[in-house]
Design a protein around this ligand. Structure first.
Ligand code: SF4
Ligand code: SF4
Length: 175
């Protein structure tokens, strides 16, 4: 051990240097989020648990049991049985989604022609009971409480897209 090292040890240089780093972090903004007391805002396109939306006009789900979501689902975790109502509507008699197999890809939401199934931003899905991962129609409808308000935003006259001119779609299709 050289003289310089002896002086360094005697003056507690390393300890003081360490204390200065610790002291610095007492005064700077903390980076840690103390979950669950504090929560991060998820990104707008975050995909959490699904919800089935209801139609205020009928009070029933907007789902018409077209099976598109069940068909496109890469995990095969959606199971739907359709039925006809007395007034001629098509709807799911049962709608089951096994969340334990879902990969949250969002294909079900994208493919739905009725915007009936949507991905919410709810991510707190931990449970001790795996039955909680089996979502039936009632649970999926109840999940509407997690739907973010943008989903319900209806286009107004100011924000609605202008109607397409004749031939525009075909021209786009060719390009
Ligand atoms: S998010 Fe993807 S994996 Fe999950 S139910 Fe929808 S289509 Fe299936
Ligand atoms: S794609 Fe939409 S309307 Fe069709 S079965 Fe799925 S949720 Fe229902």
């Amino acid at each position: 051990m050289g003289l310089a090292d002896i002086i360094k040890k005697g003056a507690f240089v390393d300890i003081l240097r360490g204390m200065s780093v610790t002291g610095t972090y007492f005064v700077v903004d903390k980076m840690t989020v103390e979950y669950p007391k504090e929560k991060l805002q998820v990104y707008p396109r975050f995909r959490g648990v699904q919800a089935l939306l209801t139609d205020p006009a009928t009070g029933d789900t907007k789902c018409v049991a077209c099976m598109l979501c069940a068909t496109i689902c890469p995990s095969g975790c959606i199971d739907i049985v359709g039925e006809q109502t007395a007034d001629g509507r098509s709807r799911p008699a049962s709608f089951k989604l096994d969340l334990s197999r879902c990969v949250f890809c969002g294909f079900c939401e994208e493919v739905c022609p009725e915007a009936a199934i949507v991905m919410t931003r709810h991510y707190e899905l931990a449970t001790f009971d795996k039955d909680d991962f089996y979502l039936d129609k009632e649970k999926l409808i109840a999940n509407q409480v997690y739907v973010h308000k943008e989903v319900f935003a209806q286009p107004t006259e100011d924000t609605a897209p202008a109607p397409m001119e004749a031939g525009t779609a075909n021209e786009r299709g060719r390009s």
